[in-house]
Design a protein around this ligand. Structure first.
Ligand code: TRP
Length: 328
């Protein structure tokens, strides 16, 4: 059996170049080497309040962007989490083997719960649902950024605990993330990872930003007070711009150094903006084509669903059987 790959993105906020370079671009590159499932994790999105009409729109937008970025629906499955009931079912069964302490020590949980006065149970359960996403498909590889490494480690712990309590049931996914994408930082605060929820107007370049807006955001990116690039002492903002350039253009370090050493910041930004804009144009073009026909997208989501539903079904049945729950 071919190794299965599973990964997911939340349909909240705007998908940006950090999501593309850190995740999607990798997915596209590896999709044909595995049996690939890419999921729009709307059940994760509702761990914080989402406007229903907006969420509905974002789910389709995210699916359209997956395809526009090069996910090949003839080969890979593009699914919406809430359509496959097994995610929520398995999440409950896994919740029951997960010690509370494991969840309370998750760094994302700690950060999110400190930032709010009242905290929804969904925020605590978030990583169990993520474990269910992965284990439901017996995925061996989960391409995600480092910020998800702890969640992936928890997934392994939960799988191992279940297997030892109830017998071999789940594939324990690899911890090593064999896929390294660029870690893109915020353009306005290059010490923080580019984030969908950041509020700064120049923080992120959205995949669907109008071209002139994308260009302007890059031209305004934070650098430092030096006039030009000194390769051995790059300010974080400058390093970020170069890394965006290299990731889009697949430019190796030696070549980048030659191109950029001594260059004035204004010229650096112009080069980066050109690279980003030229990379976004064909993606936006495909996105426009894909979304021109809503039935096309529905068809892809439906055929993906039909392809993966039996896998999800059989894992749920197996898990229920192992636990002694009712099956026919
Ligand atoms: N938590 C992931 C993120 O925020 C999204 C996600 C949910 C995911 N379920 C997943 C990623 C399963 C990989 C596999 O990026």
């Amino acid at each position: 059996m071919r190794v299965r790959v599973f990964s997911g993105v939340q349909p909240s906020g705007n998908l940006h170049i950090g999501n593309y370079l850190g995740a999607l671009k990798n997915w596209v590159a590896i999709q044909r080497d595995y049996e690939s499932i890419f999921c729009i994790v709307d059940l994760h999105a509702i761990t914080v309040y989402q406007d229903p009409a907006e969420l509905k729109r974002k789910i389709r937008e995210t699916a359209g962007l997956f395809l526009a970025c090069g996910i090949d629906p003839a080969h890979s499955s593009v699914i919406v989490q809430s359509q496959v009931t097994g995610h929520a079912e398995l999440a409950w069964m896994l919740t029951c083997v997960t010690p509370l302490g494991w969840l309370e020590r998750m760094t994302q949980f700690k950060a999110k719960s400190q930032a709010q006065e009242t905290i929804g149970d969904g925020i605590l359960q978030y990583p169990v649902l993520m474990a269910a996403d992965i284990l439901l498909y017996q995925a061996g590889i989960v391409p995600v950024g480092d910020d998800q490494a702890q969640h992936l480690e928890l997934t392994r712990d939960i799988a191992q605990r279940f297997n030892s309590l109830y017998g071999e049931t789940f594939v324990v996914p690899a911890t090593k993330l064999p896929l390294v994408g660029a870690r893109v930082m915020g353009l306005d605060e290059p010490d923080k990872k580019m984030s969908k929820s950041a509020t700064g107007a120049n923080h992120a370049v959205g995949m669907l930003d109008p071209i002139d807006v994308a260009r302007k955001k890059i031209m305004r990116a934070t650098t430092d007070s030096q006039p030009a690039i000194v390769w051995d002492t790059l300010a974080p903002g400058v390093e970020n711009l170069i890394s965006i350039y290299r990731a889009f253009g697949e430019v190796d370090e030696a070549t980048a150094r030659q191109e950029f050493e001594g260059l004035r910041y204004g010229d650096l930004k112009k080069k980066v903006a050109d690279m980003v804009v030229e990379s976004l144009k064909p993606i936006q073009q495909r996105y426009a084509e894909i979304t021109a026909d809503p039935a096309y997208l529905d068809g892809i989501l439906q055929s993906s669903y039909e392809r993966i539903a039996p896998i999800a079904q059989s894992t749920v049945e197996l898990t229920k059987t192992r636990m002694g729950l009712y099956t026919r």
